[in-house]
Ligand binder design. Structure first.
Ligand code: GDP
Ligand code: IMO
Ligand code: MG
Length: 440
């Protein structure tokens, strides 16, 4: 029996989704992206060679895997062409295996201008977006004024629609935000040029998916961002503009709800966040102080916690079971993939947040929005560290007992099995205890 597996991040992104998607595509015929855009940065390391993908599904390095971009993804043609060029330079022929849904909203230059103008206007309350125009492109989709990939097929109609939408956005850019308008003619010329590369890849992705299902072929759905950045369920307004939870795989690709067999929840062994917003277990550290014992700094340094898309330093902190348990429920997580365990290798002791103190009351469910987190103080349990390298561990039993206990604790607190354990960035530095595509 074939299976359809969804991989999602359970925290605020950068859990290691790209690495795991690449790893388990050894058993699939196709990988589908279903939301987000080039705000994502998914890092793959194979035999020491690093590839960072933003828009192209993380199955692209496996020659026989088809890569599908579902209509839930907002597509920047310039970002896509740049990424295709990088892959081409690395000897990967991506074009022939990449298929794009005509329903993908296009991210255009005025979306980028709007994203940046808004962030500047927000000042201290800025969300810390990637500046890639993601939010404005989704807004146009919901407002039913957006241009989609399928619109590229009719140049005349495209030019007309573009004129209308640009008139609207340029009005806001100049009159409300007080910045320069985006030039219509230049935007049109560039888009039509880029379309020549994109048009041959347009495919009915939903139909493809259902053909694969009919043919009994395994499909992997690759999430971007993390559940706590979900537009509806995340730490609003410090979220991205798509549904990053596993339900997004259904709405963003056209697969049916009951066609999903397994949801892998990727959990980083600690927590990181890029940009603004609440983060109760954050370990704030002072970069200017050269003290080796600042734990946030240790996590950030050993874990190389710098954004794969913007290069920004990621905020680091302890594992938070309060938000994680909500994530597991939201996503119907079947099994956990625990990543970056090795980053904790040098620590004396390790904390897990199991509840929040909210003005004297202990709560175990996450607040409704960012505001609700303002006074949430983490309540921790503490476990001894193992102070031994776990990099590239090849069996569970060979892990130090303290590391085994940490993993078992996560399992008992969540009620879910750790099916995959990652102890290094390389594809090989992974221990698969239960392959999501194997028969139960
Ligand atoms: P994604 O957005 O979820 O795909 O994650 P990113 O690629 O943005 O960030 C994860 C980072 O951690 C990348 O630099 C990976 O190469 C790296 N990484 C993934 N798994 C592990 C692991 O188990 N150990 C270590 N040390 N690094 C890892
Ligand atoms: P991957 O797929 C981490 C964050 C941004 C910002 C917020 C909104 O690599 O895990 P946006 O540009 O989406 O409007 O920004 O979301 N963000 C991410 N953080 N990993 C990502 O992707 C992210 N994509 C967006 O930093 O706080
Ligand atoms: Mg990332």
């Amino acid at each position: 029996m074939s299976k359809n597996v969804v991989i999602i991040g359970t925290q605020w992104g950068d859990e290691g989704k790209g690495k795991v998607v690449d790893l388990i595509t050894d058993k699939v015929s196709s990988v589908v992206r279903f939301q987000g855009g080039h705000n994502a940065g998914h890092t793959l390391v194979i035999d020491g060679k690093k590839t960072v993908l933003h828009l192209i599904p993380s199955g692209i390095l496996r020659d026989n895997v088809e890569c599908l971009i579902g209509h839930g993804v907002v597509l920047s043609m310039s970002a896509m062409i740049k990424e295709l060029g990088e892959l081409d330079a690395a000897g990967v022929d991506a074009k022939s295996r990449l298929k794009i849904s005509p329903g993908c909203p296009l991210i255009m230059p005025y979306h980028v201008a709007l994203d940046n103008a808004r962030e500047i206007k927000r000042g201290k309350a800025a969300i810390g977006t990637t500046g890639n125009g993601i939010g404005p492109a989704y807004e146009d989709k919901v407002a039913r004024r957006g241009l989609r990939v399928g619109d590229l097929l009719d140049e005349v109609a495209f030019a007309e629609k573009l004129k209308d939408v640009m008139e609207y956005h340029n009005f806001a850019l100049t009159n409300y935000y007080g910045v320069d308008a985006v030039d219509y003619e230049a935007t049109l010329t560039e888009a039509l040029e880029q379309a020549k590369i994109v048009i041959p890849m347009i495919t009915d992705v939903t139909e493809k998916i259902h053909q694969h299902i009919k043919n009994n072929e395994n499909i992997l759905f690759e999430g971007a961002q993390g559940a706590l950045l979900d537009i509806d369920q995340g730490t609003y307004p410090f979220v991205t503009s798509s549904n990053t939870t596993s339900g997004g795989a259904v709405t963003g690709s056209g697969v049916g709800v009951t066609d999903i067999d397994y949801v892998v929840g990727i959990v980083k062994a600690y927590t990181t966040r890029v940009g603004g917003g609440p983060f109760p277990t954050e370990l704030i550290y002072d970069v200017s102080i050269d003290e080796g014992d600042q734990i946030g700094k240790i996590l950030g340094t050993i874990g190389h916690e710098f954004g794969a898309t913007t290069g920004r330093q990621r905020r680091c902190g302890w594992l938070d079971m309060v938000t994680l348990k909500r994530s597991f429920n939201l996503n119907s997580v079947t099994g956990i993939c625990l990543t970056k365990l090795d980053v904790l290798d040098s620590l004396e002791s390790i904390k897990i947040c199991i509840a929040y103190d909210l003005n004297g009351t202990q709560i175990t469910t996450p607040p409704f929005d960012a505001q609700g987190y303002a006074d949430a103080q983490p309540i921790y349990i503490e476990m001894p560290g193992w102070k031994t390298s776990t990099i590239g561990t090849k069996s569970f039993d060979s892990l130090p007992i303290e590391a085994q206990n940490y993993i078992r604790k996560i399992e008992s607190l969540s009620g879910l099995p750790v099916d995959i354990l990652s102890t290094g960035p390389d594809r090989d530095e992974t221990l698969i205890l239960n392959h999501p595509f194997d028969e139960a």
